[in-house]
Design a protein around this ligand. Structure first.
Ligand code: ADP
Ligand code: MG
Length: 698
């Protein structure tokens, strides 16, 4: 049995050093093993002619034989398209063209026999083939090889004659050379229990499937394997850590918690808050170190849960610490917590970059002696100079700004790692949370405090600005405050800043009765803070800003959020921004301003925003529209997705399924010793060695 991983791609027939370099650089293909794990993105079936009544939206490219029975010109402007109704006597499909309409109409005749070739998809309940290839029936040549694979290639590759066909030829060579089976990567038991195709067969069939059914089974086996190892990796090391590190035991509910609950708590906890507190109490009483992700939509009352958990730590003789991503947020938490703890004998301190000199010294000293009970701050709290006498509980707010590495630094602040509660207001769909934060248990606050009025969201075209300003004047006259947000992205920074500047000038002129402040990411920190403060304190009625206000600021009196160029924001970003209003008793509004020209995707995004305030629904929709790579929160979390065949958005169900299997394996074999799992542990080790991203997950 030869090991493909040790065979350099440059020695493959027809490759050589120059093409090998291109493959290294463009696709990270170094060995024959890397090559066979480069999978086709589509398949073309020229082996037979299908009947229309046989086809569905899950098929690869197929060919049909029949006639165009009518043309129809639909839509306008950018949405204009030509439909050709195509029939073979067993049914009708729509051929669709978005470009070259005149050419098509001139070229193809009604009621003549054609061979049509394309990928069926379902749209509005009808099957259509977009931009199909059309040939005369006498040009029909049936291929005997089954489905033909197509591989993604880059411009650089094409310049080196590495097109899809060239890759296909390389695959033919390598797979033709496979005289013996590849070493299996799943255990015989898993293969048998879950009816999976053996590896060699799956690899052969994913590149050269004889029919669509075999292809599906090959893909399933490979996706299964990929997701299974992602989960096995997370679970294996999470459980390992659980065994290695004991958690501090908060056995009792004492004076601090009880006093707060009886005297200071200004309202009833929601059912969801109670449930999450119970989950946390279970964790911190168990002797295991807690790693819990608390998800809750903006305004759902996470801070209160965090505070009460911290009081539990205090009751058991430990200190607590809360970390926020920005100074403004840290300040706000500090103020909130002090207010909530009013009259109680708890010393709370604030530590940020701007706390210096004697003040800083005093805080650091107080942490060492244990006089400071709760420390609230920014990244400053994880610096090496900050040491505690008995840190037992850590809260991290707005998770996605902190990487995995920063989380790890907290662990060194005491003999054993403290319990960690990570809070995020960017709801992450469950499937994604499992992959990203598989080592964290997940709690969800899925209920807003009572009496909140749902925010009314309106989509408005920018030519209706007059009426928008009228309603803004009205809100301001009633004493409310207004945010106006502009997009700012790196690629178009200059233009964006100019738009913001013009927008600001314009607003100043239109609203002579108001003080208008302005905040953007390019400002110096101090200046930014000062402008924010104008708004927080209520001196300014209107804030014109870029997305810097995205995270956490709480101004309950702000009731209007205007988002300019809303088409340029992602869904979860829009939802985050909207969450800045609707925090007070008044009815709040979110106005999404766009121009007339919108893509289909944008239209969908705006529709979802107008329809729902539910962050989880929005996150799911976002995942479907954009794919997980772009999902907010994933880029900064230190985990890049490197899945070759599975797709988190589409294969969520399979992910959950394999998670259970991985759990069974780890629970049944916690020390990784059983002979029947030998293959699994060996493969996991090999994957961790070759894939840097994997190491980052755990
Ligand atoms: P987030 O989850 O966005 O961090 P916060 O903790 O800032 O939400 O809470 C938002 C607002 O709701 C705060 O003003 C807080 O005092 C209030 N709040 C929290 N819990 C409740 C509750 N059970 N009943 C009423 N109001 C609550
Ligand atoms: Mg918050």
């Amino acid at each position: 049995m030869f090991d493909l991983a040790t065979r350099d791609i440059k020695y493959l027939a027809g490759v050589g050093p120059q093409k090998a370099t291109v493959l290294n650089k463009e696709l990270e293909i170094f060995s024959l093993h890397d090559l066979i794990y480069y999978f086709p993105y589509k398949y073309v079936d020229r082996s037979r002619v299908y009947l229309i009544r046989e086809i569905d939206g899950n098929m690869p490219y197929i060919q049909l034989k029949g006639q165009i029975v009518g043309f129809e010109d639909v839509g306008e402007g950018r949405h204009r398209r030509l439909m050709g109704h195509f029939s073979d006597g067993t049914g009708v499909v729509d051929l669709v063209w978005f470009q070259g309409i005149k050419y098509i109409l001139g070229k193809y005749k009604l009621h003549e026999e054609y061979i049509v070739f394309g990928k069926p998809t379902v749209f509005n309940g009808r099957i259509n083939l977009a931009h199909p290839d059309i040939e005369k029936p006498d040009e029909l040549k049936l291929s005997t090889v089954g489905l033909q694979p197509y591989y993604n290639t880059t411009e650089k590759m094409k310049r080196s004659f590495l097109n899809s066909h060239a890759i296909e030829k390389m695959m033919t060579t390598v797979i033709g050379q496979l005289k013996e089976p590849l070493p299996e990567t799943l255990s015989p038991r898993i293969l048998a229990d879950h009816h999976l195709m053996p590896l060699t067969e799956a690899i052969r069939n994913v590149h050269f499937p004889t029919n669509a059914d075999v292809l599906r089974r090959a893909q399933y086996r490979l996706k299964f394997e990929e997701l299974f190892y992602v989960q096995l990796n997370i679970l294996r090391y999470a459980k390992d850590r659980q065994r290695k590190y004991r958690g501090y035991i908060f056995g009792k509910v004492g004076h601090y918690f009880n006093t707060f609950y009886a005297q200071n708590l200004p309202f009833q906890l929601t059912g969801a808050q109670k449930r999450v507190l119970k989950e946390i109490r279970g964790d911190v009483g168990s002797g295991r170190q807690m790693n819990r992700l608390l998800q809750g939509d903006v305004g759902s009352g996470k801070t209160l849960v965090a505070l009460m958990s911290m009081l539990l730590a205090l009751d058991n003789g430990y200190q607590a610490c809360m970390m926020a991503p920005t100074e403004i947020l840290a300040n706000q938490h500090y103020e909130t917590v002090r207010e909530l703890l009013f009259g109680m004998d708890v010393r709370v301190e604030l530590l940020t970059g701007s706390v210096k000199g004697k003040r800083r010294e005093a805080i650091l000293q107080g942490l060492l002696t244990g006089d400071v009970h709760i420390l609230i701050g920014t990244h400053a709290v994880i610096e090496d100079t900050v040491n505690f006498s008995a840190l037992g509980f850590v809260v991290i707010d707005e998770q996605h700004r902190f990487g995995v590495a920063q989380r790890a630094r907290l662990w060194s602040k005491n003999v054993q790692p403290p319990h960690v509660l990570v809070m995020t207001a960017t709801p992450i769909p469950r499937t994604l949370a499992m992959t990203l934060y598989g080592d964290l248990d997940v709690s969800v606050i899925d209920e807003l405090p009572p009496g909140r009025k749902p925010i009314t969201t309106i989509h408005q075209f920018d030519i209706h600005r007059e009426s928008l300003y009228r309603s803004m004047h009205k809100q301001v006259a009633e004493g409310r405050q207004v945010y106006i947000v502009y997009p700012l992205i790196k690629e178009s920074e200059k233009i964006d800043l100019k738009n913001l500047e013009e927008g600001y000038q314009h607003i100043v002129e239109e609203f002579p009765e108001c003080q208008v402040c302005k905040v953007h990411g390019k400002m110096k920190a101090a200046e930014k803070e000062a402008q924010m403060q104008l708004f927080v304190s209520g001196q300014a009625q209107i804030m014109v800003a870029t997305t810097v206000i995205e995270v956490g600021v709480n101004v309950p009196n702000a009731s209007v959020m205007v988002i300019e160029n809303a088409e340029r924001f992602g869904l979860s970003q829009l939802h985050q921004l909207r969450g800045r209003v609707g925090r007070g008793a008044e009815q709040s509004y979110c106005i999404l301003v766009t121009n007339y020209k919108l893509t289909e995707d944008t239209r969908k995004r705006l529709e979802i925003m107008v329809r729902t305030n539910d962050g989880f629904e929005i996150a799911e929709a976002d995942l479907k529209l954009r794919g997980p790579g772009d999902l907010e929160g994933t880029q900064q979390s230190g985990v890049a997705f490197d899945l070759k065949i599975a797709n988190i958005a589409r294969d969520g169900q399979l992910l959950q399924y394999v998670r259970h299997i991985a759990e069974e394996v780890v629970d049944g074999d916690p020390t990784a010793e059983l002979p029947e799992n030998e293959i699994l542990w060996k493969q996991l080790k090999a994957l961790r060695k070759t894939n840097v991203n994997w190491a980052a997950i755990s």
